[in-house]
Design a protein around this ligand. Sequence first.
Ligand code: ADP
Ligand code: MG
Length: 686
Amino acid sequence: MRPERLNPLFAESTSLKGVGPGLKRPLEKLALTRVRDLAYHLPDRFVERRAVASLDEASVGEQVVVALTPREHRSDGSMRAPFRVLAEDDAGNICALTYFGRNAGWAKKQLPLGERRWIAGRLDQYGQMLQIVHPDHVAEEGGAALGTLREPVYPLSEGLTQGRIAALVQQALGQLPDMPEWIEPGLFARMGWPDWKAALLSAHHGEHPAARDRLAYDELLANSLALMLVRNANRARVGTPLAGDGGLRAKLQLPFALTGAQQRSIAEIAGDLAQSAPMLRLLQGDVGSGKTVVALESMLIAVEAGAQAALLAPTELLARQHHATLTRMAAGTGVTMALLTGRDKGRARESILMGLMDGSIQLCVGTHAIFQEAVAYRNLALVVIDEQHRFGVGQRLMLTQKGRRTPHCLAMTATPIPRTLTLAQYGEMDVSRLDELPPGRQPIDTRVVAAERIEDVVAALGRHLASGQQAYWVCPMVRENENADLAAAEARFAALQARFGADAVLVHGQLRPEAKDAAMERFVRGEAKLLVATTVIEVGVDVPNATLMVIEQADRFGLAQLHQLRGRVGRGAEKSTCLLLRSESLSETARERLALLRETQDGFRLAEEDLRLRGGGELLGTRQSGDTPFRIASLAQIAEMLPMAHDDARLLIERDGGLTGERGEAARLLLYLFERDYGVQLLRGG
Ligand code: ADP
Ligand code: MG
């Protein structure tokens, strides 16, 4: 149970004053659903305003404070047109104060005609007219005071203003409880950090690097502690030692020899499986490095030892594909295998459930449906999770708690992440790396092409399809810009379909799953020649005959993501090509990213470089969360402080593994605060 002291922080944001139904969605969009989230909604930067005697002294784009006298209230009466107050400065310049939405009544009251007011805001230009959109402040006096104001600028979503969010953050900060210190006293003193509450307050009120560092450190420490508690709890559990006799593995008829990296990984896994402590291992290997066969060999060990194994895939499509591949590979072994997804219903499902319960099914492949309440196994001893990065630690734990004995767990990921982040993401696991590609892979010919040359690209695509090979066409899709991006992808598809007819299919995230799978399957079977897609093809899809990939607006994708996408081609014997279409104006970083991609196919190197490029451009407080498990800590802070947090966590757990001492109790609060409380649950469970 969450300590009572934290209750005010975990109250819903909607319990704050002034949060009506209208604010609910905008707050949800920013994941600010609880008071805690608002308190941790740190500003991106701060503005400082300049008080000017007249607008002649200010330039467009500048944050100013100026005295203006309203002369006219102008509205065309419609709800959608903005409401404008035309106001005059002391030198006779006219400026429009512009309000969107239902703010006219309020603005009229604040800005009565003929009465001088101090206005703070950003000076813009609208046609020939100067304007300030939604002034941050309107005050009857106090020009100089407003001018020296230093104010936080918060990340916003549609429907929120700086004023609104700042007021909510202030309310949230008013609810902060006092907290005991969880940071190691020596470190705390050495760093000169403020205590938790002071750190939060000052992070919102000024640029205090030490305050932000402390808050980031808290997050890193919570993460390290939780991962270590998971690791310890896992060591204390009892699993089933699995010693296969090699009988089934000997019957595998693989059309290739295993690479050294594959052999090494299988040996590491076999070593873990032979122990009674459950395995908790990550298999990290770039796209195409051959993780599937490692999974199969591992599962065969379990079956040889008389137990069951399950493979969990992140999507229906990948589950089907894995099932087909494994069935083909394991054909000579006589192992019984089933596919179970959420879409299986009725009799077919019943019979699979029976088979799992009585043990007649030895290997089960599926989506998370395979771990639902109703699914019981006779003796499940190994769980393989594909595309691990889609699951959080909490979910991982749930999966391995099926059955009286804890199954061994092998997690697989193709997302190459930098070493520093591996610790943060998978610190509770042992790691095997497939750092060697199967021999004979041809490098993918990667080229950067200016977007204006799209006609040439389409012509090349036409020749490619005519030769009997298949192709991908990828359009970007980002959450902030979802509707426009989807429209663009659909328009592109329409244009390509006009040319290639039924050879083209479209797949995007907003399609019904059945429609998506149907299109994908047509492509996988080779009936469709061209797959136009947003990023859903990122993971796992394996179509060796697809040897051309076009990526539109490649500069809008991250480096790691581009690399993953590109890994969909280059899977067969034919030479593959990847064309990166770039927009006209490219930032320096974007240019560097695309160049790197052209230069190397080494996912791990790209991951390190990506981190460097993104980390380098970082200003104070510009967060990136994306592919790290952190919301507060920036990449630079992770790189600098994660090793410290890791050591701190280890020492604490060595001294007080049950977290019962004074600092241990404080650390429990920290775990709840950052929602890593599964760590605490594990303590209770023993
Ligand atoms: P991953 O899941 O790691 O992206 P896969 O397991 O799908 O990679 O393997 C990619 C391709 O490489 C498959 O077609 C697979 O049959 C093949 N492959 C795997 N291991 C080897 C090997 N040792 N030699 C040659 N081909 C291999
Ligand atoms: Mg795979």
